[in-house]
Design a protein around this ligand. Structure first.
Ligand code: S3P
Length: 180
């Protein structure tokens, strides 16, 4: 797939919107490399995201995220699945903008709840008495952060192959807005 206006494609969005599954499928389809920021951090730290939150705290995890994103800036032909909280730090968005078309995947809160089971493995939801209410609250809180995307796709009712084709179509058609 050569017709992309920037070297890489980054998938952002809430947990359960399909970033990892669709990212992997896209990378395979295009012959690009797939990377997942959560997995890169897990490899670097040597334990799971849930354990990192538990042992070192969220702030430590967020610093690792920023570092991992920096390390991707000079690579090309990557499909990057980002952790759901990545766009909440403006420096992360600036970093992605330098080299990637940013695609926001969305889904209805009820669909997200079904897809993130078991919530015990999701540190941002595992302690919430009402995970659906917490998903809604976090989605509202992150609305502005997620609005940084160049492209937005609702995956609630799409099959994975439909979603992949839709992402491909929109990414190919996307052009950066020229500066005034
Ligand atoms: C998080 C999302 C997770 C992971 C961590 C925090 C979040 O990634 O980075 O549990 O704050 O939304 P996925 O969106 O890949 O599940």
């Amino acid at each position: 797939m050569q017709q992309v206006a920037l070297p890489n494609v980054a998938l952002i969005g809430f947990m359960g919107t399909g970033k990892s599954l669709l990212g992997r499928m896209l990378a395979q389809r295009w012959g690009w490399r797939f990377v997942d920021t959560d997995s890169l951090i897990e490899e670097q730290v040597g334990c799971s995201v849930a354990q990192i939150f538990e042992r070192f705290g969220e702030e430590y995890f967020r610093r690792q995220e920023t570092e991992v994103l920096r390390s991707l800036e000079h690579q090309r032909h990557l499909v990057i699945a980002t952790g759901g909280g990545v766009p909440t730090r403006p420096e992360n968005v600036r970093s992605l903008r330098r080299h990637a078309v940013i695609v926001l995947l969305t889904a209805e809160p009820e669909v997200i709840l079904q897809r993130v089971q078991p919530v015990e493995t999701r540190p941002k939801l595992s302690t919430a008495p009402d995970p659906l209410a917490e998903i809604r609250r976090l989605l509202r809180e992150r609305e502005t952060a997620y609005a940084c995307a160049d492209i937005r796709i609702d995956t609630s009712t799409l099959s994975p192959s439909e979603a992949v084709l839709r992402i491909e179509e929109l990414v190919k058609a996307w052009k950066p807005i020229p500066p005034p």
